[in-house]
Design a protein around this ligand. Structure first.
Ligand code: SAH
Length: 354
C-alpha cells in the first residue's frame, strides 16, 4: 500500500492508466494509506473517539461484558476480541473493569495499521494481533467489540440513471478526483424495491462490512459469545451518500486528499443486524449511545468520578455531555449487540430506539 502522501499520486496513476475505479476501491486504498501512516486519533490528530474522551466509556463496556460472562456461569477460556482498537484505550479500560469481576480473557486485536499496532503493543504486551478475522481463535467463546471500526470500511455506491442503475466510480478531471456513474448497467445488484427511484438517487452498501459481520456471526453461533458494535449510522434502509472525510476535526471533500483525511461512511445497522439474524444470533438494538450508556449507569459513575477527582470535575462533565447528549454523540451513535442463542440477554436495550 502507498504511504499517505503518495496515495493520491498512486490513485491518480492507476486511474490514468486503467480508467475509473470503483468507489470502494478508492476508499480502501485511501484508508489503508491513511491509517498506516499515522495515529489520527486525539486533539492533535483528525478526530476524537468515545474511549479517548473518558475512561468511563471503556469501563461500562467492560462491566456490560462482565455481566454477560457472569450470568453465563463464568466460563474460564474466553477471548476478548477488538476490531480496530486504535490506541488500545477502550481495551485497557474494559479489561481493567472485567478483571474486577474475575474475568481474565485472552486478548486479540484485529488491526492492519503498523503505526497503531505499535501503540497498542505498548499498553497490551500479551495481546495477539491479527491482520484479518480469519486467524482469530476457534476454541472458546468470542467477546467481540468494535467501536468506530465499521465506518472505516469501504462502501460501494449505486446511482440511478435514466438507463438503469450504475456503480459510482472515481475518475479524474482536470487533476481532481470526481465521482461518475460507471458505463455498465448493474440493475441486478440493487434490490427490486428500488426499481422506481428517480434518476440521481444513490444507494450505498458496504460489502466488506457484510462479509466480516457474516463470518464473525458464524463463529459466535458455533463458539458462543457475542459482538458489540458502536458506530454512527442508521437503523433503517435509506438513500443518499453518507461518505465523508475529516481532517484536523473539520469536514472536507472525500475527493480532496485521499490518504491524508479520514474517510468514513455511516454504518448500515439494518443490513448488519439482518446478517447476524440469518446466522441465528439474537440481535439487540440498535439504540442510541446516550440511552445505552445511561441505562448502564453513566450518570452515577460520572458523578462519583467527579467527586473522587474534583480537579477533573469539569472535564468529566464535558465528556459525559459529549457521549450522551442527543445533539452530540448520544443519538447518531448507535449501539447494537448480537449474541449467541446460548448466551444470556444483554443489558441496555430494554427501551426503544432514541
Ligand atoms: N476503536 C478505536 C479506533 C477507531 S479508528 C477507538 O474507538 O478509538 C479505526 C480503527 O480501525 C483504527 O485502529 C484503524 O487502524 C482500524 N482499521 C481500519 N480499517 C481496518 C481494516 N480494514 N482492518 C483492520 N483494522 C482496520
Amino acid at each position: 500500500m502507498p504511504e499517505a502522501e503518495s496515495a493520491a499520486h498512486y490513485l491518480a496513476e492507476k486511474i490514468d492508466r486503467d480508467g475509473p475505479i470503483a468507489l470502494s476501491e478508492y476508499m480502501a486504498i485511501a484508508n489503508a494509506a491513511y491509517y498506516a501512516a499515522k495515529d489520527p486519533i486525539g486533539e492533535q490528530g483528525d478526530f476524537v473517539t468515545a474511549p479517548e474522551m473518558s475512561q468511563i466509556f471503556g469501563e461500562l463496556v467492560g462491566i456490560w461484558l462482565s455481566d454477560l460472562w457472569l450470568r453465563k456461569g463464568s466460563p474460564d477460556h474466553i477471548h476478548y476480541v477488538e476490531l480496530g482498537p486504535g490506541r488500545g484505550t477502550l481495551a485497557s479500560d474494559a479489561l481493567r473493569a472485567m478483571s474486577k469481576f474475575g474475568a481474565k480473557p485472552q486478548v486479540h486485536f484485529v488491526e492492519t495499521s503498523p503505526e497503531l499496532k505499535a501503540k497498542q503493543a505498548k499498553v497490551h504486551e500479551s495481546a495477539a494481533w491479527h491482520e484479518t478475522i480469519e486467524t482469530l481463535p476457534t476454541d472458546g467463546p468470542l467477546l467481540i467489540v468494535a467501536n468506530e471500526f465499521f465506518d472505516a470500511l469501504p462502501v460501494e455506491q449505486y446511482i440511478a440513471t435514466q438507463a438503469g442503475w450504475r456503480r459510482h466510480m472515481v475518475a479524474r478531471e482536470r487533476n481532481k478526483f470526481i465521482a461518475i456513474p460507471g458505463t455498465e448497467i448493474i440493475n441486478n445488484r440493487v434490490s427490486k424495491s428500488s426499481a422506481g427511484l428517480p434518476a440521481g438517487t444513490i444507494l450505498e452498501s458496504s460489502p466488506a462490512s457484510i462479509e466480516i459481520l457474516g463470518a464473525l456471526s458464524s463463529r459466535i453461533a458455533k463458539q458462543g459469545g457475542l459482538m458489540l458494535i458502536i458506530d454512527y449510522g442508521y437503523d433503517r434502509p435509506g438513500t443518499g451518500s453518507t461518505l465523508q472525510a475529516v481532517k484536523e476535526h473539520l469536514p472536507i471533500s472525500p475527493f480532496d486528499s485521499p490518504g491524508t483525511s479520514d474517510l468514513t461512511a455511516h454504518v448500515d445497522f439494518h443490513s448488519l443486524g439482518n446478517i447476524a439474524k440469518t446466522r441465528l444470533l439474537s440481535v439487540h438494538g440498535p439504540v442510541g449511545q446516550g440511552q445505552w450508556l445511561k441505562s448502564l449507569g453513566i450518570d452515577q459513575r460520572a458523578k462519583r468520578l467527579a467527586e473522587l477527582v474534583p480537579k477533573k470535575a469539569d472535564s468529566i462533565r464535558a465528556a459525559h455531555h459529549r457521549l450522551t447528549h442527543p445533539d452530540e454523540m448520544g443519538r447518531l451513535f448507535r449501539v447494537m449487540a448480537a449474541t449467541s442463542m446460548e448466551w444470556p440477554e444483554p443489558e441496555g436495550f430494554t427501551y426503544g430506539e432514541p
